[in-house]
Design a protein around this ligand. Structure first.
Ligand SMILES: Cc1cc2nc3c(=O)[nH]c(=O)nc-3n(C[C@H](O)[C@H](O)[C@H](O)COP(=O)(O)O)c2cc1C
Length: 295
């Protein structure tokens, strides 16, 4: 089974109906099952916001205990809660009490600075005692940020500390890394983040690998273009100023194809959505470029 979470939103901003927050939470029927993720550190506000997420029709509500961003951490939210087990416990209690029908999950890092996984184990046990349904663990600490590699052995220690499902996360970029995460950590599910940027085919690749099936064919150029054009259409429909984001997003889809450097340059100079569409339409990997092709 597959499901996705939206990017985190501030519980407090959601309760104030901040227009930008509400716009981040738009979804399409085909996105389901889809969860919303809340960040914050006030148990009462987190409880109210979780009830609101449920009322908005989301299928899950997730609590962020992993965000490393200074603006979030300095206010006591995200990964700072790994150091504040009492506050975390209050949040779990209020949220589980406020939500009636949908699962409550928690996304965390291994710890704030201790890479052993002890902080995550403690928080995971508290979450389980409070009635949280599942947890996801990114195998790095807040201090590590995105450096080094995710520690799947430490995720195993968290997995062994609880009986609720544990979803492993960190550095999954293909079938082999997903299989290694599952084997080393014993996790019940695999979460993919950066590996899916410009590569939504990663999900079918991972599913095949975990089922022991041969890898599906890499997407053809026509398939890539079709998905990029759909991405452009949705981004344009749901974002007020999509040009800036699209400059980055479109190039992700063609990473590693020969000739992409020149294409990237043209996309960055494009001044309209129409121009971007036509650049995508006419893009041809150039046979004599030195960049190797990979799936
Ligand atoms: C640009 C960016 C934004 C992210 N936003 C969120 C977020 O809103 N909520 C969250 O729980 N994790 C967020 N993450 C962390 C990812 O969910 C994930 O834990 C991390 O990138 C490690 O997984 P990966 O190696 O598969 O990318 C973000 C990561 C990146 C790079």
């Amino acid at each position: 089974m597959r499901f996705a979470f939206l990017e985190m939103v501030s519980a407090e901003a959601l309760m104030r109906d901040v227009p930008q927050t509400l716009s981040f939470m738009q979804t399409l029927p085909e996105d389901r099952p889809v969860g919303a993720q809340l960040v914050g550190c006030d148990p009462g506000v987190m409880g109210e916001a979780a009830a609101k997420v449920e009322a908005m029709g989301f299928d899950l509500v997730d609590l962020n205990l992993g965000c490393p961003v200074p603006k979030v951490v300095s206010k006591g939210g995200g990964s700072m809660l790994l150091r504040e087990p009492h506050t975390a416990q209050h949040i779990f209690t209020r949220v589980v009490r406020a939500v009636k029908r949908i699962p409550v999950t928690v996304k965390m890092r291994l710890g704030f600075s201790d890479p052993s996984g002890r902080e995550a184990m403690r928080i995971a046990r508290l979450a389980q005692e409070c009635g949280v349904d599942a947890i996801a663990v990114h195998g790095r600490t807040r201090v590590q940020g995105y450096s080094g590699s995710a520690d799947y052995e430490a995720i195993r220690r968290v997995k062994e500390a609880v009986t609720i499902p544990v979803i492993g996360n960190g550095d999954v970029v293909d079938g082999a890394s997903a299989t290694r995460l599952r084997r080393v950590s014993g996790c019940d599910g695999v979460m993919v983040a950066r590996g899916a940027l410009g590569h939504p085919w990663i999900y079918r690749t991972i599913e095949a690998a975990l089922a022991g099936c041969p890898a599906p064919a890499a997407p053809t150029l026509a398939e890539r273009k079709q998905v990029v054009l759909r991405h452009i259409e949705l981004q344009t429909r749901y974002e007020l100023r999509p040009l800036g984001h699209l400059r980055r997003i479109i190039c992700w889809y063609f990473t590693n194809l020969p000739g992409v450097a020149e294409f990237r340059d043209r996309i960055h100079r494009a001044q309209s959505i129409e121009e971007m569409r036509s650049l995508v339409d006419s893009f041809q990997p150039c046979a004599h470029a030195m960049t190797p092709v990979s799936a």
